[in-house]
Design a binder for this molecule. Sequence first.
Ligand code: OSB
Ligand code: MG
Length: 371
Amino acid sequence: MTIPIKQIKLRKVEMKLLDPFTTSFGTFQERDFFIVEAIDGEGNIGYGESVAFHSPWYAEETVKTNEHVIEDFLIPLLRDNTINHPDDVYEIFKPIRRHNMAKAAVEGAIWDLYAKRKNISLAEALGGERKQIDVGISLGIEPTVEALLANVKKYVEKGYKRIKIKIKPGFDVDVLREVRKHFPDTQIMADANSAYTLDDIEHLQQLDDLNLTMVEQPLAHDDIVDHADLQAAMKTPICLDESIHSLEDTKKAIKLGSCKIINIKIGRVGGLSESKRIHDYCKEHGIDVWCGGMLEAGVGRAHNIAITTLSNFTLPGDTAESSRYWEKDIIDPAVEVENGVITVPDKPGIGYDIDHEALEKFTVNVKTFDL
Ligand code: OSB
Ligand code: MG
C-alpha cells in the first residue's frame, strides 16, 4: 500500500533553552530548527524535527543546509518516487550524499504519517517492545565544579538513571573525581565531543579509576582508528557518537574494536530505518546502544522515545524531560520523567499532540510544497 503524501510543510521554528548548554566545542542557547509536516489529504499529518544546529560545530550540517537540501533535493525526490513503506525513504534519498539530519527530518515525518494511517504508535511501527524507558541526563560544562555538583545533585534527586558530564581539557579528570566522591553509587559517564587526541592517552587512562559507565567520543569526530588504540589501552568502555553515520560505519567500528557502546542519534545516521538497522546489528554483535540527544523540542523528543523502545537500547539515553530544556514545549502533554522513567505513549504515531498555539508562537515562517 502506498503512502499518498500530498503535501510537505517546512516550518522554521526558533526557541530558546532555559539555560545555556556548554560542550567542549561551544555554548548553545538559541535553538532554531524545522518541523516537517507530511500531509496525506485524508486528515493525517506526520511530524518530523530537524536536529542540525545553527553552526556546524557538532557536525557539518546546519539549519540552513537542512533547508537547502530538503527544499532543493529531498522534496523533488519524493515527487519522483512512490513510497510503499517508510523504509523506502532511505533508499530514495540515497543519491544525495550525507546530509543525514535533513533526510532524517523528512523520513521521521513520513514514519509518523505511516503509523497514524495504520492507527498504531510509532514505537509499535518500529518494532519496539518497552512500555517504559529509562533515561539519563546530559549536563553541560559549568564555570565551577560547585555549579556542576549542584546540577548533578538536582538530577540525581529527581531520579535520573545516569548522569552524563561534558568534559574538555582542563575540566575533566579532577572534576569527575570530585563528582564521583560525592556520588559514589550513581551511574556516571563523560562526553568529550572529540576534545582529545592519542597524545592524551595517559591522561585519559586516569578515568579508569572512576568507575564510569563509559566515555563518549574522546577523539576526533571523523576517527575510528585511533579510538581502537585508545579502547585497547583503557578499561572504561568507549562509546562512539560523532564518528558513526551509518550501519557501514558501525560495522567498521565494531570490526576494529573502536568502541563497546554506540550512541544512536536518529538525525546523525539519516533516520529511523537506519537507526533500527544499526540497533539490530549491534544486538547481534553484543554492543549496547542508547539514544543520544540533540537538544530537541517535543517532536524530536517523541521520535527518540519511540526508537528507545527497541530491545537493545539497554542503557539510559539522553532524552530528559521537556522542562529541562524549555519553558513551554511544542507538544501536549510535554515529556515528563518520573523517577528516571518515561512512560511511552500508546496513541497513534509519535503519541503526543502538537500544541498548535505554542508551535505557532515559535514559528517564524512556513513553506508549503505540493507533491
Ligand atoms: O554530544 O550528545 C552530544 C548536545 C549538543 C550537541 C551534542 C551533544 C549534546 C548533548 C545533549 O549531550 C543531549 C540532550 O540533552 O539533548
Ligand atoms: Mg555526544
